[in-house]
Design a protein around this ligand. Sequence first.
Ligand code: CA
Ligand code: CA
Length: 303
Amino acid sequence: MSVQREVRYGAQTSHFAFDRNVTPVAQANSGDTVLFHCQDCYDGQITHDGMDFARLDVTRTNPVTGPLYVTGAEPGDVLKVEIQRIEIADYGVMCVKDGWGICTVEGSHCRRFPIRDGKILFDGGLKLPVRPMIGVIGTAPATGTISTQTPGEHGGNMDICELGEGCTIYLPVAVSGALLSMGDIHGVQGDGESASCAMETSGRVTVRVTVQKDAMDLPTPMIETDRAYCTTAADASLDVCSVAAARKMHRWLMSRWDMTDTQAAMLLSLQGNLRISQVVNPRKGCMMELKKELLAQWKISQT
Ligand code: CA
Ligand code: CA
């Protein structure tokens, strides 16, 4: 794959909020392949295993690289972002603290783990296979400013473990150029991200960006993997975002796949997997996952 644009990480090319007023640092055309260099979510502050937590400046968490201005993207369009490759560093870091996440821990701790040959060398001889993914990816909202700590309809701090190599994410375009940014790369993460961090790492992400016109029925932010479609939603309440994620898929099955409300509801009840993405961000996240093979088999009704 040839890269048309490259966005390096630095003070001038990173930011901490999705906002239309953040000046773009690069431009791409629809169909271009772009390489983003991303710092880890602690901005590279964890210099060694066991580093004193008190040295961590938490105001520097979740820097994202960008924004990228995609020429031709206008409000109402959808930005298709194909995640072609995620290359990660040879170590990952984690910080845990009592009160962060949903597990009670004593004190506060910063750890650094080697990554060798696709395996994270965890404690106790555990070698955990890497499954690189993007924690934060999004576009600028039409109004206001949204911290990179928070997920929402713009994408943002989604922390969805399906957001890895080979997947496609569909994001809304709310402002001219879309203003795409990303960061918070993870070596691996489980559903829930229970301790509030994943295997945090810096990385290089190669994406292809394409502007889609007339894609109004796509329920963004939506993820397509090689085997499934996933609708997503975020809210302070898990009850609210689980319902929202399911209803997005339900509506899409009716509008795009021509199912009746009853057919769509029944199919989701039988084959849809409603999953928790994360429970640790200011807004929690859920997704409804449905296998693509079912929709490949589904014959659009003939009236
Ligand atoms: Ca995150
Ligand atoms: Ca993270």
